[in-house]
Design a protein around this ligand. Structure first.
Ligand SMILES: *[C@@H]1O[C@H](CO)[C@@H](O)[C@H](O)[C@H]1NC(C)=O
Ligand SMILES: *[C@@H]1O[C@H](CO)[C@@H](O)[C@H](O)[C@H]1NC(C)=O
Ligand SMILES: *[C@@H]1O[C@H](CO)[C@@H](O)[C@H](O)[C@H]1NC(C)=O
Ligand SMILES: *[C@@H]1O[C@H](CO)[C@@H](O)[C@H](O)[C@H]1NC(C)=O
Ligand SMILES: *[C@@H]1O[C@H](CO)[C@@H](O)[C@H](O)[C@H]1NC(C)=O
Ligand SMILES: [Ca+2]
Ligand SMILES: [Zn+2]
Length: 600
């Protein structure tokens, strides 16, 4: 769509005003980075505020923290003291929440606290390399207002629950409520009851922050990543590309007891330690077709997906296979128990368990879509897969692998950004990045060799070669003209996601051009192909970037991830790829820049 030049100019003007005066209310681009407006009910909206995150990275060597001279390194002490010194706050203001180490980095996630109560949307994250030097620092801490409300609520938990249910039109799910502060856009803080409200029939799962003194609904976390598929007329039908019978696809380096055991209990159906797939309710899984653990159901494409038992089984078996495979791949690259992944039994390796992914296939609540909800670590991720009714016979989203991977990836990005809370991809820009990562990982899983062609998602379900996005992902800027500055006019998460996914497509192409392709990258993260490098940086960067990252933060996190893991070997390759789409060194506030660092 073409926008008149005057529109673009007025957005520029708003940006300049907002950035020089940091004037409120925000408008134009800054709003992407800090606000999310959600319609709830018929005629009400809730504006949620996410204080702007700042993000600094410190290269291959990193920098000291105040306790560097100590002989013993404590992640918690070092991280808290670093935050205190950077932000000039006392230790009771910066509270360690969680942390973990992987093979190259130690991550710490910190909450701001006021009078002993944590501030839900004011967080920080510090990463240390193995030499215990600080390599990155993200923060959305806020200044403490002069008048902080009493930490004793004046309205009850029960009243807050009924307020949240009434405003949102769902039911409290029984998850224990908490008292937390919320930093508001006007600089004040509100003491809130934090209440989870859920209604699966509407694909709704919110964390509602109800002011414990006024009863107002002041903030929402939306755990659901909404996928929306553009509907295009269908002129042809295509039969699915052909099933294969795979023997032992599980990677026991990721799932030590296989896909049907948690080490104690064994199953013979589409349930296991990482995922359960079912139709209607969790007891309706697919049971093995023959002992032992054969799931051999011949899908019949000539009838609707739900018209034959064998087609229902094929959907449950395929999603079980895909979600387990994504678990096993992402595990090798760092989405582990300690990094807040989805498993029932964590085998004592950290993180919170009892949160395998639940997949409702052929979900009866809708058509032509799919959803993934990511509550915090310790509560199951929830995926809903729908049937698409744009063809005759209808087609099953569960059989288009890139849609399943896309949804599953929402769980990875929402868990790894900000340390497992599910709260850190909530701004419009950050949720757009979320959509982009989901397409990019779906794309990654489909490559089989070093040839990088244009890539399209959603072809099968719509039976349309153009798929469900605006442009193919492409290294050709004529084929896909999206650039960083496209965010000046894009206002929907999937549209913004296309910009990021296309940048990552270009990053991928350049890394594969530089390092070739490793055919075993899906099971072996120690391989050296460009596809391996790409997925390492993809996963590593998620944990480094700040809460509610911008495109600029997300890019910086990739560059720092490369410094941490590869000593910066790919720094110029990454800069060139990002800069080629406007996200160069001086890119800011959605204004393109194609500069790369000196020497690149
Ligand atoms: C740090 O905070 C203290 C107390 O709020 C203040 O007196 C001091 O000036 C601050 N220092 C800096 C460098 O901002
Ligand atoms: C096995 O099943 C029991 C009973 O349902 C359950 O309490 C337990 O968590 C399961 N898994 C493990 C690893 O013990
Ligand atoms: C699957 O396991 C259940 C419980 O152990 C058992 O009752 C059932 O017969 C098994 N089904 C098949 C098809 O093997
Ligand atoms: C390489 O992968 C593409 C799809 O990305 C496929 O069309 C082509 O046949 C593959 N080439 C070889 C030699 O396997
Ligand atoms: C359908 O199949 C035909 C022949 O295999 C192919 O040329 C066409 O691109 C396919 N269309 C879609 C939408 O997959
Ligand atoms: Ca977990
Ligand atoms: Zn999505």
């Amino acid at each position: 769509m073409q926008f008149p030049a005057t529109f673009v100019r007025s957005v520029y003007a708003a940006v300049i005003l907002a950035s020089t005066a940091s004037a409120l209310p925000f408008s134009g681009s800054l709003k992407h980075m800090t606000m999310q407006v959600r319609a709830v009910g018929a005629d009400k909206t809730v504006e949620s505020f996410h204080p702007e995150s700042s993000f600094e990275t410190f290269g291959v060597d990193g920098i000291d923290h105040p306790l560097s001279a100590r002989a013993e390194f404590s992640l918690e002490d070092a991280a808290v003291s670093f935050v205190q010194s950077k932000l000039n706050v006392t230790s009771d203001t910066a509270a360690y929440r969680t942390g973990y180490s992987n093979d190259v980095v130690q991550h710490a996630y910190i909450h701001q606290q006021i009078n002993g109560v944590l501030v839900a949307n004011a967080v920080a994250n510090v990463a240390f390399n193995k030499a215990n030097k600080v390599v990155s620092f993200g923060t959305s801490f806020v200044s403490v207002p002069s008048n902080v409300p009493s930490t004793t609520p004046s309205i009850s938990e029960a009243d807050a629950i009924s307020k949240a249910e009434g405003e949102l039109g769902g039911k409290y799910n029984g998850h224990p409520t908490k008292l937390e502060f919320v930093a508001k856009q006007d600089g004040s803080v509100a003491l809130t009851h934090v209440v989870q409200v859920r209604d699966d029939s509407q694909a709704m799962w919110y964390e509602a922050f109800v002011d414990a003194h006024t009863g107002d609904l002041v903030q929402l976390t939306d755990f659901v990543a909404h996928a929306s598929y553009r509907v295009l007329p269908i002129t042809k039908q295509n039969i699915t590309q052909g099933f294969e019978t795979l023997t032992n696809p599980q990677n026991t380096a990721s799932s030590p007891f296989g896909w049907h055991s948690d080490g104690v209990n064994n199953s013979n159906d589409t349930s296991g330690n990482n995922v359960i797939t079912y139709v209607g309710a969790p007891q309706f899984t697919t049971v093995q077709s023959s002992a032992t653990l054969n799931f051999n159901y011949m899908q019949d494409p000539t009838v609707n997906p739900d018209a034959l038992q064998v087609n229902i089984d094929a959907a449950r078996v395929n999603t079980f296979y895909i979600v387990n495979t994504v678990h096993d791949i992402s595990y090798q690259y760092g989405f582990t128990e300690a990094a807040f992944n989805f498993q029932n039994n964590n085998f004592g390796l950290g993180g919170a368990g009892n949160d395998r992914v639940e997949v409702s296939v052929q979900d009866a609540s809708g058509k032509d879509n799919a959803f993934f909800s990511t509550p915090p670590d310790g509560q199951s991720g929830f995926m809903k897969m729908y049937i698409f009714d744009r063809t005759v016979p209808e087609r099953d989203g569960s059989l288009e692998n890139d849609i399943v991977v896309h949804e599953n990836t929402h769980g990875i990005t929402n868990r790894m950004t900000g340390g497992g809370t599910g709260r850190c991809l909530q701004t419009l820009e950050a949720s757009g990045l979320g959509e982009g990562w989901s397409d990019a990982l779906a794309e990654w899983t489909e490559w089989t060799n070093a040839t990088v062609t244009d890539w399209v998602t959603g072809v099968y379900v719509l039976n349309n070669p153009a798929g469900i996005r605006t442009y193919p992902y492409s290294t050709n800027a004529q084929t896909n003209p999206l650039r960083y500055s496209s965010l000046l006019v894009l206002v929907e998460a999937h549209d913004i996601g296309e910009v990021w996914a296309n940048m990552l497509h270009n990053v991928y192409a350049q890394l594969v051009a530089a390092h070739g392709f490793s055919a075993t990258a899906k099971t072996d993260a120690t391989t050296t192909g460009g596809n391996t490098v790409f997925l390492h940086l993809f996963i590593d960067a998620l944990a480094l970037q700040p809460c509610n990252p911008t495109f600029v933060d997300a890019r910086d996190a990739w560059i720092q991830a490369d410094a941490n893991r590869y000593n910066g070997a790919n720094r110029c390759t990454l800069w060139r790829a990002f800069a080629s789409r406007g996200l160069g060194v001086n890119a800011a506030l959605h204004i393109d820049d194609t500069t790369v660092p000196v020497g690149c």
